[in-house]
Design a protein around this ligand. Structure first.
Ligand code: MTE
Ligand code: HPA
Ligand code: MOS
Length: 756
């Protein structure tokens, strides 16, 4: 089934924040962000801006009626800077004017005298100075200290991954509209309507029931709007509260890139030990996460790095420690994979380094150490592993022997082009790592004309969750899809929502829809039994008709609904779902945090131009564990998009902050994302159908984030191509592998021999 939004999208009819018709008298905001990354605010001059034509008012921290605080996990993030600024772009003032143009022009008139303080941009430097967001955490399995003595080979190293700009097509924004009784409705481009509601409540001092947060859909979120949509909503609501006028602020792209946090850069040290059979016996890793200036979601991201530090492998002795380091970058935040990719990159680097040292193919070590069902993860949960099935199916289906021979033959015959090949297995846990967040609700109404309205806490951001919700409702009721409408997300209809995140949106909200629809159907069957003089057990609703004992009765869905209404039977239901069986004890760092895991294997082939450092990705061939996909079209789209986004992170996307903490890659001309020309020539996706009972909706496993990590394989395929050209190259593990870096790697060491 096609995504139900596809027609609206292609016709330009879908409603995003900027498409909401404006209420008369709407005013527009623009933020003055700190020009320096760290300093003491000596003076903020806003009078010139306040008297600029069209300006209604300039707001600062002094205008906050509630608390100047929007930190979600740790209360360490003021909405407006007060006497200190902690990152470039940190809001110091909000100008509100009659037009966007006037607001932006007036921002230019604001002057801030800021006494600069020393700036930290590097996570290791922050850690050395004791600048931590939360205390470090360590996951342990087995006896790491005793295990080294049993190892025949021990390899150490360092691995670094850089940040990543979310680059959702729709930038951040919000629109606050005053309602009756002092209520405020906020239209927000957020993945987390309740997080916005809490932040707005805190800043305005209004109770949550006075705030209605509405979300139609997002032009992409990718994690960037899980926590960081709060700022703009709080700013607009604050101005709305003071002025009693609608206030809108949708960020221009450069402001968005400068002011918002990104994927966390990580720097990590690893030590890996193997026995003579290439079994990994020991793995020790220390992660330095660059959290930026405030906690945001960093502690949760850090936790997921630890959860995924061994990726798809069973390692009996592990010690993994992670530091969340406070620097003077904008607070870094959720990004597809949520710290998992950063953890997986390091174990893959460790394996590759060991393979290079031992002169064996990395795939041999990878395959020998894949998880089996029953193996323990370092956090205690036992794997129900599909990782062998995915790996072995990929080898067979894509004929790995022939692929390798092709690459070897190419490399023998070509001098200035080399190919590299890499395997990338993925194992990703599904559930919010914070157990309490794994709950959701759905509100289903059946109207007397037979049409059905479904509201959940799920936010549609391109991932197709609305389509999946419709499929759940129409499947349970066995009615045509056209009878079901998925409504926009609103905190007045569905309260206390978890963000649409952790790839769990369809599972959590879908289960709630399933429960609500099943309950209404149960009542309808009772009604049918009364109407048709039979038992409820013998009644079925199938293809829009009522059946009894396998025979069609002639009674339609619509007649049944009307009969229930006449008998005063409720046609509405609000259901609550909480994922069963999950738990985690942070004191022990052990538990069963995930409902299930998603598995997969990608084989990646890339070709490197050894004269120029340019490359193309020839193929990403995947076997992916879908469970039983309820929507293969959408799920394939998620996999393709995830691969390309992961590849972008690993290759061309280069977030650059200078030493003063200023973002240098702040436009699309200085920040390169994959375009249609860089998409792999061949993306093959083969489903692994797994029938095991799992906690996925209709056993259709979550698919949003896991495929991003297939992109990590591109880095290692390129590394392998570089070494095919320059076998003596000593390459650091440092992503992204930009063409410049590839070029340096190709001639690393060799350059020393160039005379001159
Ligand atoms: N796909 C699109 N088109 N747009 C997005 O913003 N976000 C990703 C992924 N796929 C995203 C996307 C992220 S970060 C997550 S967590 C999941 O979708 C969230 O949706 P789900 O829980 O329904 O999979
Ligand atoms: N994944 C994504 N987002 C989250 C999580 C998680 O595990 N926890 C809190 N926000
Ligand atoms: Mo996704 S990073 O959990 O929004």
């Amino acid at each position: 089934m096609k995504n139900i939004d596809s027609t609206g999208h292609t016709r330009g009819e879908s409603i995003y924040l900027d498409d909401i018709p404006l209420v008369q008298g709407t005013l527009f905001g623009a933020v003055f962000g700190s020009p320096v990354a760290h300093g003491i605010v000596r003076r903020l001059q806003v009078t010139e801006a306040a008297s600029y034509p069209g300006v209604v008012r300039v707001f600062t921290f002094r205008d906050i009626k509630g608390d100047n605080q929007i930190g979600g996990i740790v209360p360490d993030e003021p909405l407006f800077a007060e006497e200190h600024v902690h990152f470039c772009g940190m809001p110091l003032a909000l100008v509100v004017a009659v037009s966007e143009k006037a607001a932006r022009a007036a921002v230019q008139k604001i002057r801030a005298d800021i006494e600069p303080l020393s700036v930290i941009v590097d996570a290791r430097v922050a850690q050395a100075k004791g600048e931590l967001i939360v205390p470090p955490r360590t996951f342990r399995l087995g006896d790491i200290d005793g295990a080294w003595a049993l190892c025949d080979h021990i390899v150490e190293g360092r691995a670094d991954t850089n940040g990543q700009e979310h680059l959702y097509i729709e930038t951040q924004g919000a629109y606050a509209v005053p309602m009756e009784n002092g209520n405020i409705r906020v239209y927000s481009s957020t993945q987390a309507p309740t997080a916005v509601q809490r932040a707005v409540s805190k800043v305005t001092g209004l109770p949550m029931h006075a705030l209605d947060i509405e979300v139609t859909r997002l032009g992409g979120g990718f994690g960037g709007k899980e926590d960081q949509a709060n700022v703009w909503a709080a700013l607009c609501a604050l101005a709305c509260l003071h002025l009693k006028k609608p206030v809108k602020y949708a960020l221009p792209r450069t402001d968005d890139m400068v002011m918002t946090g990104k994927r966390h850069p990580y720097s990590s040290d690893f030590r890996i030990g193997l026995d003579k059979d290439l079994k990994i016996l020991a793995y020790e890793v220390t992660f330095y996460q660059n959290a930026g200036a405030a906690a945001d979601l960093s502690p949760a991201v850090l936790e997921r790095t630890l959860f995924h530090c061994t990726n798809s492998y069973f390692i009996p002795n592990v010690r993994a420690t992670a530091y969340s380091c406070r620097t003077h970058l904008p607070p870094n935040t959720a990004f597809r994979g949520f710290g998992g990719p950063q953890g997986m990159f390091v174990i893959e680097a460790a394996i590759v380094k060991a393979a290079e040292k031992l002169g064996v193919d990395a795939a041999i070590i990878q395959k020998r150490n894949l998880l089996h069902t029953g193996d323990a993860f370092p956090y205690g949960q036992l794997a129900v592993s599909e990782t062998h099935a995915c790996w072995e199916k990929s080898e067979e289906l894509y004929d790995i022997a022939a692929m390798r021979e092709e690459v070897a033959a190419f490399n023998r015959s070509q001098q200035l082009f080399k190919k590299g090949i890499a395997f990338m297995p993925v194992c990703f846990g599904i559930s919010f790592t914070k157990t309490l967040m794994n709950q959701a609700r759905a509100l289903v109404h059946v109207y007397t004309d037979g049409s059905v309205s479904v509201t959940t806490g799920a936010v549609e951001m391109g991932q197709g969750v609305s389509t999946k919700m419709m499929q759940v409702a129409s499947t349970v009721f066995s009615i045509d899809d056209s009878l079901v409408r998925i409504q926009s997300t609103s905190t007045m209809k569905i309260a206390n929502t978890s963000p649409s995140a952790a790839s769990a949106t369809a599972d959590l909200n879908g289960k709630a829809v399933l429960m609500a629809c099943t309950e209404i159907l149960r009542r309808l069957k009772d009604v049918a039994a009364l109407e048709l003089n039979t038992t409820a057990e013998s009644v079925e609703v199938k293809a829009g008709m009522v059946w009894v004992g396998g025979q069609a009765t002639g009674m339609t869905w619509k007649q049944l609904v009307m009969a229930a209404f006449v008998r005063r039977v409720s046609l509405s239901e609000h259901a609550h779902y909480a994922t069963p069986d999950i738990h985690f004890d942070p004191a022990k760092e052990k538990g069963h945090p995930f409902a299930y895991h998603v598995y997969g294997t990608a084989i990646v082939v890339a070709t490197l131009d050894c004269l120029r450092g340019r490359y193309t990705v020839d193929a990403v061939k995947v076997v992916h564990d879908f469970g039983v996909s309820m929507n293969p079209l959408i799920d394939r789209g998620q996999i393709e998009g995830g691969i390309v986004q992961g590849m972008g992170w690993m290759t061309m996307e280069e977030v650059v902050y200078d030493d003063t903490g200023r973002l240098r890659s702040n436009t699309l001309s200085t920040y390169k994302v994959p375009d249609i020309y860089s998409v792999p020539r061949d993306i093959s996706i083969e489903p692994l159908h797994t029938q095991q009972d799992n906690l996925a909706i209709f056993r259709s496993k979550a698919v949003g984030e896991p495929p991003l990590m297939y992109g990590i394989g591109v880095y290692f395929a390129l590394r392998s191509a570089i070494r095919a050209f320059n076998p003596s190259a000593e390459l650091s593990f440092s992503a992204p592998m930009t063409p410049e870096k590839a070029l340096m790697g190709l001639y690393e060491k060799q350059l020393e021999h160039v005379p001159g």
